[in-house]
Design a protein around this ligand. Structure first.
Ligand code: HEC
Ligand code: HEC
Ligand code: HEC
Ligand code: HEC
Ligand code: HEC
Ligand code: HEC
Ligand code: HEC
Ligand code: HEC
Ligand code: HEC
Ligand code: HEC
Ligand code: HEC
Ligand code: HEC
Ligand code: HEC
Length: 435
């Protein structure tokens, strides 16, 4: 109480005679005059009021050869808090524990805030392992030791001592263009809304752009399901594994397209599939060129959707297909073989022997899909249809791959049905309306 009263008196500028005498004494030339020879002098010291903190019990004063210089309170935190209102709560541990002197000098220094170190990072490094260990890339403000731009000495532990409510606000306080860029996106990636430091290290990193992990680990660490998909894939996609990895197709912060894609799926796929590519010995066709030359585009291609049939990350099936699709001309009928198509088309197409509406490929009510496909020696869809695009209507192929040959189908569509003269049998005609 005595201390508080004195403090109040000093702060309100009312000099106390006794205090005046003592202070004269303490700061006198022969004694502690050097205490004020600094650019930053603690207000009570400047006032010469040593006794707000020290007791004057003569025995303990060094001059009287006492052992230690006695303080009003053994508890430094309490001593300081007599005049300073230190916020309560989940503060930086040494602040909460009243270790004010591990950072501040009680009397005077040449550094702002009476800090005992002019280099802030040295101050922090007294207790923390250095955050700068000469990794390949360091973050501007950290590299120059400006730890306190981001952390406050007293900050809240839960928020890593960041004085702002959210870490993202901190990042945006300098990266203002990034803020505008991200906020203008239609879909913002969840972790970006959550915290920039989910991916970036605020101090330094061996990875470009201060990423905490290298690619693709930087993504797979959260997307375990994609990792499993890639690990278990029988057909791999070079796009996922070559330089750039996930970022060959995705943007990290968000995008105006679905799934954080760089472009719509169609543009994206054709950005690489605009030339012949190699898969081992197999030459993959130039899809862009192929589509340009074959004007009859299949529905999903018209809808600019390649991922309806392909899994861009990898697949257990050939050609990255989402479902098994028989690569042969003949295959014993099993409805499972055609799940790829029946994601979007009705199964009854090949299950009902007769129909008057299900399919246009019928002769009267005889379902010719059933006839060709639903047999022990069934023809697969590929025997007649080209899956991406073709020159003929209904995606009928020009020619059928049979053995090592391409047998022309010679399909013609008519108002009532169609005709074909394939290498498999003589020219036949089907008519939906038999009357
Ligand atoms: C705000 C509280 C406060 C005030 C005011 C204060 N001191 Fe101190 N002083 C301390 C504390 C705390 C220590 C112990 C420092 C340590 O343990 O490192 C200390 C230690 C000392 C010491 C011994 C160690 C050293 O730093 O040399 C001397 C001498 C001293 N004070 C003199 C003074 C004098 C003279 C004044 C007035 C001009 C004064 N103090 C004002 C808090 C204060
Ligand atoms: C007798 C009252 C009193 C006590 C006790 C006291 N201070 Fe202060 N302190 C002040 C006053 C007055 C100021 C100036 C306030 C201002 O400028 O807002 C000040 C300012 C400071 C500053 C800011 C200096 C700056 O450059 O802005 C720090 C840091 C500080 N005190 C730390 C301490 C610590 C640590 C203790 C305990 C060892 C302590 N104070 C004890 C009165 C006190
Ligand atoms: C880990 C180091 C550290 C400890 C421990 C610490 N401070 Fe500070 N303090 C700072 C730093 C750094 C600043 C400068 C402002 C900032 O970065 O937040 C500061 C600023 C201050 C200020 C002036 C600004 C303000 O917030 O009013 C006062 C007063 C102060 N400290 C008092 C204390 C007291 C009292 C204690 C003990 C309860 C204490 N400090 C413990 C590092 C520390
Ligand atoms: C006197 C010792 C001491 C000093 C000096 C000190 N710290 Fe701490 N700091 C601690 C302790 C103890 C903890 C709590 C234990 C832990 O998590 O490491 C802590 C916790 C932290 C945390 C939160 C840890 C987390 O995991 O989120 C941050 C951030 C931090 N300190 C930053 C700083 C910065 C920046 C400085 C320099 C301005 C600094 N510290 C100076 C002792 C200190
Ligand atoms: C650009 C802002 C920024 C700068 C500058 C900065 N930090 Fe940090 N620091 C952070 C953020 C944000 C976190 C929280 C990281 C997290 O939660 O993963 C953090 C975390 C920490 C931690 C907790 C443990 C850890 O390593 O994650 C310590 C200790 C720390 N910083 C010390 C320092 C020191 C010392 C400096 C100066 C050399 C410094 N920081 C500079 C933003 C910064
Ligand atoms: C005090 C200002 C400041 C703050 C706060 C800040 N940065 Fe930076 N940051 C910079 C500067 C300066 C650079 C280096 C200049 C540049 O490349 O744009 C930089 C560079 C970066 C880079 C690398 C850019 C590149 O092109 O290589 C990333 C990533 C980054 N900051 C992320 C963050 C994150 C995340 C946060 C929040 C935890 C953050 N920054 C907070 C100033 C800041
Ligand atoms: C999901 C992980 C992730 C999160 C969360 C994240 N980033 Fe990034 N960030 C990246 C990746 C990956 C790159 C590298 C982009 C590249 O290679 O083109 C990057 C690049 C950057 C760059 C430098 C290159 C550029 O695009 O300008 C800055 C600056 C940046 N991020 C800031 C931020 C800020 C600020 C936040 C928080 C609002 C944030 N990031 C959140 C993953 C992330
Ligand atoms: C810190 C965890 C984390 C990291 C790291 C991360 N993500 Fe995500 N990602 C998420 C979460 C959470 C969602 C939202 C999932 C949901 O809504 O079901 C998400 C969603 C997505 C989506 C779907 C977006 C949509 O519109 O549905 C894509 C694509 C994606 N992330 C790609 C990436 C890529 C690429 C990277 C690496 C640059 C990455 N993620 C890194 C957590 C993460
Ligand atoms: C070749 C381009 C491409 C690459 C490379 C790629 N993705 Fe994707 N990703 C896509 C497309 C296209 C979609 C949308 C799929 C759809 O329409 O169903 C997608 C969807 C996603 C989704 C959300 C939907 C889902 O399937 O769970 C996540 C998460 C995702 N990708 C993460 C990743 C990660 C992590 C990597 C790197 C290991 C990666 N992607 C690499 C093209 C790609
Ligand atoms: C970054 C370039 C790139 C992008 C973007 C890309 N691909 Fe590929 N793709 C390749 C390369 C290179 C190959 C050949 C090597 C291989 O098979 O992985 C390939 C092969 C394929 C294969 C044949 C795989 C096999 O095992 O036969 C399919 C199917 C495929 N891509 C579909 C797609 C689809 C669908 C998209 C869009 C979602 C897409 N690609 C986007 C580069 C790309
Ligand atoms: C309706 C399903 C479906 C859609 C949609 C689809 N594909 Fe395919 N794709 C297949 C099938 C089935 C194969 C297997 C080869 C075959 O049977 O002709 C294949 C094979 C491929 C191949 C490998 C060709 C080769 O020479 O090995 C590439 C590349 C490819 N597709 C790219 C694309 C691109 C790019 C898109 C979007 C523009 C797309 N696909 C849309 C079903 C589809
Ligand atoms: C992602 C959905 C989807 C998948 C998967 C799919 N299709 Fe289609 N298909 C469509 C759409 C949409 C149309 C267009 C319907 C329309 O124009 O009314 C269509 C039309 C067709 C047509 C008739 C075109 C016409 O001109 O009437 C044939 C033939 C066809 N698909 C065959 C297949 C085959 C074979 C498969 C399996 C390899 C398949 N489809 C897989 C969506 C799909
Ligand atoms: C023997 C050749 C042949 C086979 C095999 C074949 N189709 Fe067809 N398909 C046709 C013909 C011809 C048409 C055009 C009928 C018309 O409109 O005149 C057609 C039309 C279609 C259509 C358009 C809607 C309809 O039924 O008229 C779809 C969808 C279709 N086929 C899917 C498939 C699927 C899926 C498979 C494999 C399970 C398959 N086709 C196997 C010849 C075939």
């Amino acid at each position: 109480m005595k201390k508080m009263t004195r403090a109040l008196l000093i702060l309100s500028g009312i000099p106390l005679l006794a205090v005046f005498i003592f202070s004269q004494d303490c700061l006198s030339e022969s004694c502690h005059q050097t205490f004020t020879d600094h650019s930053q002098v603690h207000a009570p010291v400047l006032e010469g009021d040593c006794l707000v903190c020290h007791t004057d019990s003569g025995k303990k004063h060094p001059k009287s050869r006492g052992s230690e210089f006695s303080l009003e309170s053994e508890d430094i935190g309490e001593l300081c808090e007599g005049c300073h209102d230190i916020a309560k709560g989940d503060l930086h541990t040494p602040v909460a524990e009243g270790e004010c002197l591990s950072c501040h000098n009680p009397h005077a220094t040449d550094t702002p805030f009476l800090l005992i170190e002019s280099d802030i990072s040295n101050l922090c490094n007294k207790c923390h392992e250095a955050v700068i260990t000469n990794k390949k890339y360091s973050h501007g403000p950290t590299a120059v030791g400006a730890c306190n731009i981001c952390h406050s000495g007293h900050g809240k532990m839960v928020n890593s001592l960041v004085p702002l409510e959210e870490i993202n606000q901190l990042c945006y306080s300098c990266h203002t263009l990034k803020e505008q860029e991200i906020n203008s996106l239609e879909n913002i990636h969840k972790p970006v809304q959550n915290s920039c430091v989910d991916c970036h290290n605020p101090h330094e990193s061996d990875n470009k752009y201060l990423l905490s992990l290298s690619s693709p680990e930087a993504c797979l660490v959260c997307h375990e399901d994609i990792r499993i998909k890639i690990d278990n894939a029988k057909s791999h996609h070079a796009a996922v594994e070559e330089e750039g990895k996930c970022l060959n197709c995705h943007l990290p912060h968000g995008s105006n397209y679905r799934f954080n894609l760089k472009e719509n799926t169609f543009q994206l796929c054709l950005s690489c599939h605009d030339k012949k590519l190699k898969e081992g010995d197999h030459i993959i066709l130039n899809m862009k060129d192929y589509l340009q030359k074959n004007p009859e585009w299949h529905g999903p291609i018209r809808n600019k959707d390649c991922s309806g049939c392909h899994n861009p990350h990898g697949s257990e099936n050939i050609s990255l297909l989402r479902y098994y699709y028989p690569p042969e001309f003949y295959s014993p009928f099993d409805i499972q073989n055609y799940q790829l198509c029946f994601q979007c088309h009705p199964e009854t197409n090949v299950l009902d022997p007769s129909t008057i509406k299900m399919t246009g490929f019928r002769d009267g009510d005889r379902n010719l899909h059933y006839l060709h496909v639903n047999q022990e020696k069934g023809r697969t869809c590929r025997a007649c249809h080209e899956v991406h695009a073709s020159k003929l209507p209904v995606h009928i192929r020009d020619a059928v791959p049979f053995g090592g040959w391409q047998l022309p189908i010679n399909f013609t569509q008519t108002d009532e049905g169609g005709t074909c003269a394939p290498g498999c049998h003589k020219k036949v005609e089907y008519k939906r309306d038999k009357n």
